[in-house]
Design a binder for this molecule. Structure first.
Ligand code: ADP
Ligand code: MG
Length: 645
């Protein structure tokens, strides 16, 4: 966070803390308190929705679990606040795990359905288990006492404020750490995450559990805030509201969560009052028309692009006057708002404002690291450089068969790769080269055959486990984490160098700081190594294609691999870039890393490979020194004479 945004944040929070001093109306104090409670939940929901990119329709249920843990502990045991708060967080996090473990095996619409079912079941259970929850009657809880003092409305407000700030700081720290990077990475490219040793499933569950903990804290505070809880609060409409808040406020921002919370607290009040709704809808239509007019006049937008939003808001205003009663239409209006946001405000309000400023302010400060010492032009490989036992097989594959239905993409292939060499894997398109890499990295489990790497079998192990044991790779279709910077991409590769826990991260312990600093230093070293100096803070998706390929290699090297698999690294590169690439691959081998290289550029293969295997229709048709292979008649027929130009 830079100094300016830190200043804005502190000012904003101070204003929030002082709110009770400016108004003595308990209605407003309660309303702002509720906004802060929802914001706590949204910090957590954003971790799941914004960072990992999963959909949860179960957060109203989790919120309910938090509230009822507080309620039940209070009426059954008379437990004090300092017991109830951690208990609510822990119990809800437990429910989160219970939901996540099976649910996150599926994704997309299935996950939405499972979480929705969870929410519904929680509501039914609260209703039916009246021996514990008092059923539909609900539970009354007075405001808590703290250190022997009964908190009044203002005292409770400040308690909520303090916990909201604490939640914000902790969420922010988690999300900026290696844990947060893992969350973002699995959204950016699950397959690349796994192949960088960051288990997608594990981190999805982790995100869900943290998020549930936040929902638990929010639910607990909500119970005290309302002083009465009953099952029908925690319904489907609330779940939709939470999602709406995250999307409207903007993904991946804490300001957005607060803004979203404010919208969903104020919006239902708006939709309860028909008169007010009419005024707001008409104002919105007028503002929209003026905004569109100005935008078109200044050529910032086109009449065509503005037609739907302008007509839409006008229709909404007209509709508001036609309505007799608003209650039946609430969900439809929420639905319309979600559609509007999805089409026109994809980055939410905060993202929209940020984009405006970004366009005005020009480039961000990505030259911060440009001064880095280029003499540190080493890979900084830690462990496996010293003891190269050249000559021994690092990888041995025997009789590998990979069948997709009737197609044998790889058919009884043997592969021996010697330590410290560059081994070429060539063949026409569709001959099974990429499939071989996918088999070696655990993305596919071979139908038959054995694969041994550094004395251990690879078959049946997870991609992240294989990656951590020393096989790193790049992808034929570049698989970067697009929304993350170049440096962060590499830091995901360095995930294995972190031993600090979520507690270290939240408290910023010396251990975490040391690890984070080391990862930045090594990351920058790797960026220099592949010649991307000065681009550390550029988002990966904004890099030119050739540089993306180089970044992918740097990220793979971050894993400290013994074996590096490169799938067509020169594809799409210009001639000078290819020369640079060849130098880099040689340097990698000189550091003691064994390389398997899939490549269509014959000159590259011939100049740097120590040995070459040729695949055709899934079968190995030749193997040997590059010159021998090049002269082989079968190869010329299948490959050089065929597709290669
Ligand atoms: P190469 O990388 O040599 O161009 P691939 O390994 O990508 O070739 O593909 C080899 C064959 O396997 C192709 O016919 C391709 O269509 C098929 N194939 C690859 N992956 C799958 C899959 N997941 N399902 C079905 N067929 C696949
Ligand atoms: Mg391929």
């Amino acid at each position: 966070m830079n100094r300016k945004s830190f200043f804005v944040a502190v000012t904003g929070l101070t204003a929030l803390a002082c709110a009770p001093l400016f108004t003595h109306n308990p209605y407003y104090i309660h309303m702002i308190g509720t906004i802060m409670i929802y914001a706590i939940l949204l910090f957590g929901l954003d971790i799941v929705v914004g960072y990992t990119g999963q959909v949860s329709l179960g957060h109203a249920g989790l919120f309910g679990v938090g509230s009822y843990t507080a309620g039940v502990l209070f009426i059954k045991l008379g437990a004090p606040l300092w017991v109830i708060i951690p208990a609510s967080v822990a119990v809800t996090a437990g429910f989160g795990a219970l939901l996540a473990l099976p649910a996150l095996r599926v994704s997309g619409p299935y996950l939405a359905m499972v979480t929705l079912a969870f929410g519904t079941i929680v509501q039914i259970l609260i209703n039916e288990m009246d021996f514990l929850t008092e059923g539909p009657l609900g539970i009354k809880i007075p405001k808590p006492s703290l250190a022997g003092m009964q908190l009044n409305e203002n005292g409770f407000y400040w308690l909520v404020f303090a916990l909201m700030v604490l939640s914000l700081v902790v969420a922010d720290r988690i999300l900026r750490s290696q844990i947060g990077r893992a969350f973002e990475a699995l959204r950016g490219s699950p397959v690349a995450s796994d192949c960088m040793g960051v288990s997608v499933y594990q981190y999805k569950v982790f995100a869900f559990v943290i998020s549930a903990g936040y929902a638990g804290l929010a639910g607990c505070l909500y119970a005290y805030s309302e002083q009465y809880i009953s099952p029908n609060t925690y319904n489907f409409e609330l779940t939709v509201l939470f999602l709406l808040a995250v999307i409207m406020g903007g993904r991946k921002t804490r300001t957005g969560a607060l803004l979203g919370a404010a919208i969903i607290v104020i919006l239902p009040k708006l939709l309860d009052d028909l008169e007010l709704f009419r005024i707001v809808a008409s104002t919105l239509a007028v503002l929209m028309a003026i905004g569109a007019g100005v935008g078109i006049a200044r050529k910032l937008t086109t009449p065509k692009a503005m037609a739907v939003p302008v007509l839409g808001t006008m229709a909404l205003a007209g509709f508001s006057f036609w309505l007799q009663s608003i209650t039946d239409w609430r969900l439809s209006i929420f639905g319309l708002m979600i559609l509007f946001v999805v089409y026109y405000l994809q980055d939410g309000i905060v993202g929209f404002v940020r984009n405006l400023f970004a366009r005005k302010g020009g480039a961000t400060d990505n030259h911060a690291f440009r001064t880095i010492d280029r003499s540190k032009d080493a890979i900084m490989v830690a462990s496996n450089t010293g003891h190269i036992e050249a000559g021994h097989d690092l990888l041995t594959a025997k009789g590998v068969l990979m069948q997709f239905g009737g197609l044998k993409a790889i058919n009884q292939v043997d592969l021996h790769v010697k330590r410290g060499t560059i081994h070429g894997l060539i063949g026409p398109n569709g001959s099974g080269k990429s499939t071989m890499m996918n088999v070696l990295t655990g993305i596919y489990v071979p139908t038959a055959g054995s694969i041994e790497f550094a004395g251990r079998s690879v078959v049946g192990r997870t991609s992240s486990d294989i990656a951590l044991s020393g096989i790193a790779r790049t992808f034929q279709n570049v698989q970067l984490f697009g929304e993350m910077t170049a440096l962060q991409n590499i830091q995901v590769g360095l995930h294995h160098t972190f031993g600090s826990s979520i507690l270290d991260v939240s408290l910023h312990t010396p251990r975490y700081r040391r690890e984070e600093e080391a990862s930045v230093e090594r990351g920058l070293g790797l960026i220099n190594f592949v010649g991307l100096t000065g681009l550390a803070n550029e988002e990966a998706r904004n890099l030119p294609y050739g540089k993306q390929r180089l970044l992918e290699i740097a990220r793979a090297l971050a894993l400290d691999p013994q074996l590096l698999l490169l799938d067509e690294p020169a594809a799409g590169l210009t001639a000078p870039d290819i020369k640079e690439l060849v130098t880099i691959i040689r340097k990698i081998r000189d550091h003691g890393i064994t390389v398997i290289l899939i490549e269509h550029h014959m000159d590259v293969v011939m100049s740097i490979c120590d040995s070459v295997s040729v695949l055709d229709f899934g079968q190995k048709i030749a193997e040997g020194k590059p010159a021998e292979v090049q002269a082989d008649e079968k190869v010329i027929e299948a490959y050089l004479g065929g597709t290669a130009a």
